[in-house]
Design a protein around this ligand. Structure first.
Ligand code: KE4
Length: 427
């Protein structure tokens, strides 16, 4: 079938899909201009319907850790599909996935599958509230946990007052139960626990926030959160939807040797198919229906195709050297970028952990959302379009994180660095 051009298709899409997209970030609003439409993807590359190909540094926002369309995953999904596409009945693949997650992540004694990261975090919050019989939750500015009402909340007018809706349609009463604090600010956390003593059900965070670019916790911050939540009977929830199984078999909690009470996962464990999961201490997880009073459900939760895609992907990641290879290719990219930008005298900070990275055009240390906002957005936008024109697709927003895969080669990185040098020279 002859596709129309991306421009034509976007015009059509906008007449029948709000903004022409099924998820806002895809509309390129943060960089201006219109998105391209993808035709196919393979390995480290994507091809648009106009026949142009790009080295892809987003990997469908995290799932494509092996690269796009890995044959191992495709074959496994193909075989599983012959046995049925969905059952709504317990199936062996759900047990196999649960066995892998609970054996890879020591803090997870029991786990439940969902169909998205949003469902996972929404369910974990409800579970923490049901378990503690408390209503308040703490989240951090700049952390994104999906779009459930309790988590689409911005910092209130006063740092310690209740949150305010961060989206139309979120009732003020819901937002009032969420306290939003600056990341990397132990004093603010201490003050919140003093002000709301005995009322805080959960504290949820991305342990390495990656939805405001990639922000890293200052030394001791995560262990401080573990201690203060323990002391206050508050459920500590690590949202590892992005970092889980990407930064190592046990994600950030494995790197930082911290045991949260609950964890949320997604992306990598679905191999590109719709998935989410939340899990943790059995004593808390057993509050979930049908055992306990906290209701949570999903027609397609644990569906066989997402399960077999994720299981296959995890098996590939447990092969010797997989995570080391991701870190090596990430270091190679970072080294090259740092040399070019330093030589050109462009102020920048590049945060990277393994195969996750983010480039900020600022000379400020990146410690929280306010520091992220000091970056030169106009420069980012110019470089985004210049790199796209040269066949390199980076995140269409300065508030997103880039991802490498096992399919990215040193030649891909060399091509990317050459494109960056040319783009910088054109500024
Ligand atoms: P989903 O509902 O999009 O599967 O997951 C929500 C979510 C939860 N927690 C974290 C840490 C996340 O990063 C996400 C989703 N990530 C974004 C990427 N920044 C999804 C991209 C999009 O919204 O289209």
């Amino acid at each position: 079938m002859r596709y129309p051009t991306s421009a034509k298709l976007f015009e059509i899409a906008k007449t029948i899909i709000p903004g022409g997209v099924n998820s806002p970030v895809r509309a390129f609003r943060n960089v201006g201009g219109d998105p391209f439409f993808v035709r196919r993807a393979k390995g480290s590359r994507i091809e648009d319907i106009d026949g142009k190909s790009y080295i892809d540094y987003i990997g469908t926002w995290g799932p494509a850790i092996l690269g796009h369309a890995p044959m191992s995953v495709i074959n496994a999904v193909h075989e599983a599909a012959k046995n049925g596409l969905s059952f709504g009945i317990p199936n062996v693949l759900e047990v196999e996935m649960a066995q892998m997650i609970t054996s890879w992540v020591p803090s997870v004694e029991k786990v439940r599958m969902t169909n998205s990261g949003t469902e996972a975090t929404m369910s974990a919050i409800r579970l923490a509230r049901g378990y503690t019989k408390r209503d308040k939750i703490i989240k951090f500015d700049g952390c994104y946990h999906g779009h459930s009402d309790s988590l689409l909340v911005a910092a209130g007018s006063g740092a310690l007052t209740h949150g305010e809706p961060d989206s139309a349609g979120v009732p003020a009463a819901f937002a009032a139960e969420t306290i939003v604090l600056p990341f990397n600010d132990p004093a603010a956390v201490e003050a919140a626990f003093l002000q709301w003593e005995g009322q805080i059900a959960a504290l949820i965070l991305e342990p390495y926030p990656a939805n405001a670019g990639l922000i890293l916790p200052q030394p001791g911050f995560l262990s401080f959160l573990r201690e203060i939540t323990e002391r206050n009977g508050t459920v500590l929830i690590f949202d590892e939807v992005m970092t889980g199984f990407r930064l190592g078999k046990a994600g950030v909690q494995g790197l930082e040797h911290i045991m949260p009470d609950l964890s949320c996962f997604g992306k990598v464990i679905g191999g590109g198919l719709p998935v989410g999961a939340f899990g943790g201490k059995a004593a808390i997880m057993d509050y979930l229906a049908p055992l306990g009073p906290v209701y949570q459900a999903g027609t397609l939760s644990g569906n066989p195709l997402a399960m077999v895609a994720g299981i296959t992907q995890l098996h590939e990641l447990e092969k010797a050297g997989a995570y080391e290879k991701l870190d090596e290719i990430g270091a190679y990219l970072q080294g090259g970028v740092e040399i070019i930008l330093t030589q050109k005298g462009i102020p920048h900070r590049m945060n990277r952990v393994g195969s996750m990275f983010c480039l900020f055009f600022t000379d400020q240390e990146i410690i929280n959302l306010d520091s992220v906002k000091t970056q030169d957005m106009a420069l980012f936008r110019k470089l985004f379009w210049s790199m796209l024109d040269k066949g390199v697709y980076i995140a269409p927003s300065p508030y997103e994180t880039g991802f490498l895969s096992l399919a990215h080669t040193r030649e891909d990185i060399d091509y990317t660095l050459d494109a960056l040098e040319k783009a910088v020279n054109e500024l």
